[in-house]
Unconditional design. Structure first.
Length: 210
């Protein structure tokens, strides 16, 4: 099965691939064609999260092929592991340094409206305050100008790195990094896509957005 994801904005290549994988009635290979490296990374993450074998190849400038070997057995195992992780998280809640289900959303590099200088100062203080909580968030999502916070030169970079070392998932929007031309400056966490952002929010028990 071939999925043509060329020219599609994030997260459509992943969405179309997910649909193709679900529609495959038996074991097989789903070949996805995309035109950017971020899409390749997103598809690779999609596959590995489901215990599926994935291979990618750059065919030409802005032409990539991603082959995902689909195994129904692997998919069932991944689903079982996900359910087990959710149950384990609830059991270990009292001992865990992280708070399962707590997601912090940073959609800007400033906090609130009004004076920009004040907003920058408030955001720096907010991220610092997160590191001092008894329970850290499970994930921190950064998109739009919030993507600057996880890049080189950010006043909040060391605080984010500190939380990442404690196991907090720092996830920065790849489309946003590309748009602002700062993809090469990402200094903590992983590149994510809109599909994963929505999925993370849907699974969250609590969302905090300053």
């Amino acid at each position: 099965m071939v999925v043509d994801g060329r020219g599609l904005a994030c997260p459509l290549p992943v969405v179309k691939t997910k649909k193709a994988v679900e529609e495959l009635k038996e074991d097989g290979v789903v070949t996805v064609l995309v035109d950017n490296e971020i899409a390749v990374q997103n598809l690779t993450k999609f596959a590995t999260q489901r215990n599926l074998t994935v291979e990618s190849e750059k065919k030409a400038e802005k032409e990539y092929q991603v082959d995902i070997t689909v195994s129904r057995k692997a998919l069932r195992k991944a689903e079982a592991e996900l359910n087990a992780d959710d149950e384990e998280a609830e059991v270990e809640d009292a001992q865990d340094m992280k708070k399962p289900g707590l997601v912090v959303v940073l959609s800007a590099n400033v906090m609130g409206g009004g004076d920009e200088k004040l907003g920058v100062s408030l955001m720096k203080a907010f991220v610092f305050a997160l590191t001092k909580q008894d329970r850290l968030p499970e994930s921190i999502l950064l998109y739009n100008t919030g993507a600057y916070l996880s890049c080189e030169g950010s006043d909040s970079l060391e605080d984010l790195k500190c939380m990442a070392e404690e196991g907090v998932n720092i996830m920065t929007c790849g489309t946003c990094l590309d748009f602002y031309g700062i993809k090469e400056k990402l200094a903590v966490g992983t590149v994510t896509n809109m599909y994963d952002i929505v999925e993370t929010m849907e699974r969250a028990k609590t969302i905090v957005r300053p």
